[in-house]
Design a protein around this ligand. Structure first.
Ligand code: NAP
Ligand code: MG
Length: 498
């Protein structure tokens, strides 16, 4: 067994008081405190105060003031870049502390948490650079001639006060994916982390202050969704909300946003297909297909939760993935042998166990797994169902747990139809040695991301987001900078006589 507890620096952080960051100050929230639970044990490891609706008003007012007086958006872009770069330096210095904090708060394996912490650093550096790459364009030549002299150009400006509502499945990563580009564009932000995982956002918020992000530009308010999240979505002085989480909450946010027609981007759920063709490299595909669903215990928005395998290799692939799953060690994220941590909470554990029961009752057969692991913490065996039909709940709904459903197919038209038979459209995987087949299927899949002979690669230079009910807009890439800016067209009639 490896080390079962976090490093000293993380323990010290856990034993601090945890409050809100508003206007550059640490402020006690007046909402009901949040108990932070280690999902590997079910024990409370810390408490944070939480934001009431009044605290939300204070945070939005602080962000508004900082936006209006220009203390951040009015800086030279190069200065914003420098400060964000310093923020990245501090993330790098604190990467191990951050990673250990993620393991305690979320339960994820340490290696995954270390990847996440390192990504936080590199994504922040990437978006620091974007601060100096925000350009308008000029259409003067298209509009001039024949005696008309028109100067026309666009100015690209920050949106204003932006609310960022984040989930618990990769708390630090989703914080940075939103905060770094939003700040690079010159916005002032209010971040609401998930009640299940408020701690990494508070650590990152403190590092941002230390890096020199001016007071009020980055406010971090742990709080409950129906209270703090809802107050942000309703708020008339919030110009934009960027949300990651469930499709159901995403729809609520759309409704609430109508009050002031705030801009909305949504990164929602999925039920993503992984397709293994008859000509795939089977040995290489098996671990990829398995980790497409089992990574982070299935709590990944783009998890490859539906497996489609060509009939000629179906038995071989499903047996291979089942064997791989049986050998996956489940347990504390601090033990390096464990590739699967716990589910996030008792509620999520019960929800996923409920789906296993629904699957059995609907007549699906369990190839492997199907039971909880141990009697402490929220662990579950990686599970594969076969003999499923497309209309079962386990085939249609986002389970957000280590549960895979396997189906066979015989030709490309059939598998494209099956893969697209979902209200979601976030990720998709194609395993084949045929370049032709890979491109043809990629064109026909209704999803924002297609991974060929790999799964789940994300990079800040490539846009990430969903078709259909998987969301609105894109994160990452240059696209996210569009999502955090407004464009203004300026027309100047030039006077040749003037
Ligand atoms: P969720 O409700 O969508 O939570 C995501 C974030 O939204 C959290 O910060 C949450 O706060 C907040 N929120 C909740 N209600 C809100 C409201 N009315 N207005 C504004 N913000 C609100 O997701 P969940 O309840 O944690 O998990 C439920 C299911 O969502 C999971 O089983 C999974 O299927 C899915 N999920 C998907 C993703 C993804 O990346 N696609 C991520 C997380 C969950 P609280 O933390 O206080 O609830
Ligand atoms: Mg927690």
């Amino acid at each position: 067994m490896g080390v079962q507890q976090p490093i000293r620096a993380t323990q010290d952080f856990l034993s601090e008081e945890h409050d809100l960051i508003i206007g550059g100050k640490i402020v006690r929230g007046s909402g009901e405190p949040i108990a932070v639970i280690d999902p590997a044990t079910g024990d409370e490891v810390a408490r944070t105060s939480s934001a009431s609706a009044d605290d939300v008003n204070r945070a939005v007012a602080a962000a508004r003031q900082s936006f209006e007086d220009g203390r951040w958006r009015g800086l030279p872009a190069d200065e914003r870049r420098r400060i964000l770069w310093r923020f990245a330096d501090l993330i790098q210095e604190n990467a191990e502390k951050l990673a250990h904090l993620e393991v305690v708060d979320n339960g994820m394996p340490l290696a995954f948490a270390q990847w996440e912490a390192n990504s936080c650093e590199s994504w922040t550096r990437h978006f620091a650079g974007e601060a100096t790459r925000i350009f308008g364009r000029d259409a003067s030549s298209a509009m001039s001639g024949g005696g008309v002299d028109m100067q026309s150009y666009t100015i690209v400006q920050p949106v204003g006060v932006v609310a960022l509502v984040i989930p618990w499945n990769a708390p630090a990563g989703t914080f940075i994916i939103k905060v770094a580009p939003a700040l690079a564009a010159g916005n002032s932000v209010v971040v609401k982390p998930a009640e299940n995982t408020p701690l990494s956002a508070l650590l990152l918020g403190k590092l941002a202050l230390e890096a020199g992000i001016p007071d009020g530009v980055l406010n971090v308010i742990p709080g409950y969704g129906p209270v703090a999240g809802q107050a942000l979505a309703d708020h008339p002085d919030v110009d934009k909300i960027s949300f990651t989480g469930s499709t159901m909450t995403g729809k609520k946010i759309v409704q609430s946003s109508a009050g002031n027609l705030k801009r909305v981007t949504l990164e929602l759920g999925g039920k993503s297909p992984a397709i293994v063709c008859d000509d795939a490299d089977i040995e290489k595909s098996i671990p990829q297909v398995a980790m497409a669903i089992f990574a982070n215990t299935g709590q990944v928005c783009f998890a490859g939760s539906r497996l489609y395998v060509h009939s000629s290799v179906y038995d071989q692939v499903v047996e291979g993935v089942a064997e791989f799953a049986k050998n996956l060690k489940v347990g504390s994220g601090f033990d390096p042998d464990n590739l699967l941590g716990p589910l996030i909470s008792q509620a999520q554990h019960e929800k996923v166990l409920g789906y296993l029961e629904k699957g059995r009752q609907a007549g699906a057969s369990v190839v492997t797994g199907g039971s909880r692991v141990g009697d402490r913490g929220f662990f579950l065996e990686p599970t594969i169902f076969a003999d499923i039909s497309q209309d079962m709940a386990i085939s249609r709904e986002e389970i957000f747990g280590p549960v895979l459903v396997a189906t066979r197919f015989d030709d490309i038209d059939e598998v494209v139809k099956l893969a697209n038979d979902t209200r979601y459209g976030l990720g998709s995987g194609i395993f084949t040695r045929s370049v032709n087949k890979a491109h043809l299927i990629a064109r026909r899949i209704d999803a924002g991301n297609v991974w060929i002979n790999c799964y789940g690669t994300v990079h800040p230079s490539m846009p990430f987001g969903g078709f259909k009910e998987s969301g609105w807009g894109r994160e990452m890439g240059s696209e996210v900078m569009d999502a955090f800016t407004e464009t203004k067209s300026v027309f100047i009639q030039l006077d040749p006589e003037g």
